[in-house]
Ligand binder design. Structure first.
Ligand code: HEC
Length: 166
């Protein structure tokens, strides 16, 4: 047996030795990296969940109000003029609050009706003096027009209710 033969067992060219020396460090690093990735994704996930819950809690009152108004009437876009008036416009237009022309007060409406439905729709959409845009409602254009028709027709006008154009 020569020295040369003995050395062959630990030679760097021995396939098994090569495997242990060169494959283990990368495997170890990969495993370590995997652990880090999993840990950080778990952490990110919980952070995300936490912020989602925080946002949900913050918007809850708004969501509840929207739910309440949605369940009180039909879906947005298909509410009648009366529904819009009752839920929003009546706050001012039923009592004349803030100088609003009262529903049924023909004298107060007469000078306004002259501009026609399109004129009234324009000023109601934009808002006028104490009246906020759309009367502060979330009515669609057609719903707003229906609400105006509803109020105006009780106050001396004979507008035709607009057809839904969505
Ligand atoms: C916060 C009170 C308030 C609410 C709510 C309100 N209005 Fe008014 N509205 C007013 C006031 C005040 C005026 C009179 C503005 C002026 O001429 O100075 C007015 C005027 C109008 C006019 C006449 C505009 C013109 O050109 O003369 C229309 C039409 C109208 N409102 C429609 C509506 C409709 C439809 C709603 C509901 C979607 C509504 N308003 C909700 C206060 C309100």
């Amino acid at each position: 047996m020569s020295d040369h033969e003995n050395n062959a067992a630990v030679s760097t060219t021995n396939p098994r030795y090569v495997f242990f020396v060169f494959a283990f460090p990368p495997l170890f690093i990969m495993a370590f990296a995997l652990v880090i990735v999993i840990y950080s994704s778990l952490f990110e996930g919980s952070k995300l969940k936490e912020s989602e819950e925080a946002v949900a809690a913050r918007i809850q009152p708004v969501a509840r109000v929207e739910l309440a108004s949605a369940s009180a009437s039909a879906a947005k876009g298909s509410r009648t003029g009366e529904e819009i008036v009752t839920s929003t416009c009546a706050a001012c237009h039923a009592t004349g609050a803030a100088g609003a022309p009262k529903i049924g007060d023909k004298a107060a409406w007469a000078p306004r009706l002259g501009q026609g439905l399109s004129g009234l729709l324009k000023s109601a959409t934009a808002g006028k003096n104490a009246m906020p845009p759309k009367g502060g409602s979330d009515a669609t254009e057609t719903e707003l027009a229906r609400a105006i028709v509803f109020m105006a027709n009780k106050s001396g006008a004979s507008f035709k209710e607009p057809v839904d154009k969505k």
